[in-house]
Design a protein around this ligand. Sequence first.
Ligand code: G1P
Length: 292
Amino acid sequence: MIRKAVVPAAGFGTRFLPASKSQPKEMLPIVDTPTIQYVVEEAVASGIRDILMIIGRGKRAIEEHFDRNFELEEELREKGKTEELRLLRRISELANIHFVWQKELRGLGDAVSCARDHVGHEPFAVLLGDTVMESTRPVTRQLMELYESRRESVVALEEVERSRVGRYGVIKGEPLTDALWKITGFVEKPTVEEAPSNLAIAGRYVFPPDIFDCLARTGTGKNNEIQLTDAMRLLISMQPMCGLRFEGERYDIGNKLDFIKTNVAFALRRPDMASELKDYMRTLLASETGRS
Ligand code: G1P
């Protein structure tokens, strides 16, 4: 049974400067909700109640977001803002959220290894804090079910345009079915020529605890960082791992353009703003076309 999730959220967010200079990129809102809250909600909807966040310098706002704010609650209560109060209370009641500090930012692999003591000898899920998934069946749940039935690591895969492989970890593999792949290799952020496929690691994983031994044996790799994919390469030399082309949509919040697209897509689904936003976009696009 998978009971624990690890959410790495310690990175500098250099792709999001200057916004991420003094606030965590994971706290940037999609409409009115911080990205990381969607990630926690996905873990909770998948049946996980124990969540460990790996945070680093400048990430205190994440801790505060999931903590209770009694003064604000009192203020809302006094003003009779019951809906806002309900929303606020819900955040701190979502799950048991724990925090651990990654003291030196040495890469995603190093961040995940900070979870070792908390996770112990259990399989666990990893959800990257800057990726939001939308699906009828939570993506982490899809991976967990596969882990339970196959008893091997599972990683979410997404087909990306060849020109974009350099943004991701890319797998080498053999299809078992249309959606399921046996993984035989990894390349982190390959050039188009180096990429063994266009199937990218999409920021959701389920691992057995053995990944921690692999991480401990992994030195610095691409970009002088301890890469999770390097530890995964070591893991597949000892045990099988599969990849799932999940059902659902991935939104990458780690870069500016995709962040804006995500905000527009989510806002267009909100009944309280969709119609006005559509009118605004039509007018805006018409004037842009007139200008070009
Ligand atoms: C990380 C991983 C990469 C994965 C990506 C998904 O890269 O190293 O393998 O494909 O997340 O978002 P990062 O985005 O931290 O550079």
